[in-house]
Design a protein around this ligand. Structure first.
Ligand SMILES: *Cc1c(COP(=O)(O)O)cnc(C)c1O
Length: 370
């Protein structure tokens, strides 16, 4: 059988940058705890996306958790959260004993619908925070969302876990709201084997997040704690991988965009097949190339056909308001996120794919229409 093709898998640099940073850590015995790689990764990352400060954490989920804490979300508070996303966006709302209200997407962006958001503000004027997602590396229409949130004086947390390298009107996603969150999980555009980053213009708040993330140890010789702490800091080894990966981010974005354009060129002609929306204000990283199907060929047909030749693909995220765990919470909007889930497929988007791999995948998909 042909070699496995993954949806998206780790892709280390050809130059071995990651190993150089890891070797430095070994040579100086800064295997742990925090060290030069963590500080280096934070500073280099902040420069890359164009923000003031960044805190390197164990996961993107931890970054969302600390962002919620930083904006003051606490027990019983309401948080508006995009419904069409991965569960890691919403789970930290529950960690804080707060109450999610899920918001639909619009078809133009696949991300939070500003109209549904306005509606939600009318119903829940006392909301504490809004979490907007830039799904699959597509940017939400963040200007419109910011305008609404500012009018109601509510902070925005941008879940940019999938959108490292995506720009909105020339500005990097994740830098436009109060807080931005990134993930370096194994399937993301760059990986640290697992990790996350919390960014903000507010350096004091990032310093505070670092404090919470290291067990909230007060400045004292003895172990003293005035606040609840978490063990959320990234290790110096993981950060070394991150520093190396950051050097090849632009290459990875270029390849992801190439993969998307390849599919578009080959598959656009197929009846009922549409591609995820690329808006002219949005320079997306194309983390995953996604399609929707409205004709006789269904997502499952495509996924099974690919699986039979050892190629991984996936459905579009199942919205949070359809999840058994979140069933009790309110949902504002129509059926856009449900339709995207029912009709969507994420095509293989691994940056290690060759043109031959892409050709094989496209030939197979086109075969389903014959
Ligand atoms: C991957 C991802 C996260 C979580 O990141 P982890 O580093 O895996 O905790 C959050 N939100 C979205 C949209 C993601 O895709």
């Amino acid at each position: 059988m042909a070699d496995k093709i993954w949806l998206a898998s780790p892709h280390m640099s050809d130059e071995g940058y990651e190993m150089e940073f890891i070797k430095e850590a070994f040579d100086s015995n800064w295997v742990a705890p925090l060290g030069a790689n963590v500080t280096g990764f934070e500073n280099e990352f902040a420069v890359k996306v164009g923000t003031k400060s960044a805190a390197a954490l164990t996961t993107g989920t931890a970054a969302i958790h600390l962002a919620l804490k930083a904006v003051g979300v606490d027990s019983g508070d309401i948080v508006f959260c995009q419904s069409l996303t991965f569960s890691a966006t919403a789970n930290p709302i529950i960690y804080q004993n707060a109450i999610p209200v899920f918001i639909d997407s619009n078809i133009e962006t696949w991300n939070m619908d500003p109209v549904a958001l306005e509606e939600a503000f009318v119903k829940y004027p006392n909301v504490k925070a809004v979490i907007v997602v830039h799904l699959y590396g597509l940017s939400a229409d963040i200007d419109r969302i910011i305008e609404i949130c500012y009018r109601f004086n509510v902070p925005i947390i941008e879940d940019a876990a999938e959108s490292l390298g995506t720009y909105y009107k020339g500005t990097h996603t994740g830098t436009l709201g109060e807080y931005g969150v990134f993930s370096f999980n194994g399937n993301k555009i760059i990986t640290t084997s697992g990790g996350g980053m919390l960014i903000s213009k507010n350096e004091d708040q990032i310093a505070k997040a670092r404090f919470w993330a290291t067990q909230a140890r007060d400045k004292a010789r003895h172990y003293q704690h005035s606040e609840l702490g978490f063990n959320y800091r990234m290790s110096n080894i993981s950060a070394g991988i991150g520093r190396g990966q950051l050097k090849v981010l632009d290459q990875r974005v270029a390849k992801k965009r190439y993969i998307f354009s390849y599919y578009k060129k080959e598959l656009s002609c197929l009846e009922g097949l549409s591609f995820m929306p690329i808006n002219d204000w949005n320079v997306p990283n194309c983390w995953l190339s996604c399609i929707t199907l409205s004709g006789a060929i269904r997502p499952l047909d495509v996924m099974i056909a690919l699986e039979q030749v050892n190629v991984e693909s996936r459905p579009v995220w199942k919205p949070m308001h359809m999840q058994p765990f979140f069933a009790e919470y309110d949902y504002i909007g129509g059926t856009v996120s449900e339709q995207l889930y029912e009709n969507g497929v994420c095509l293989p988007s691994d940056t290690k794919m060759t043109d031959k791999d892409l050709e094989r995948i496209c030939t197979l998909i086109k075969g389903l229409w014959k």
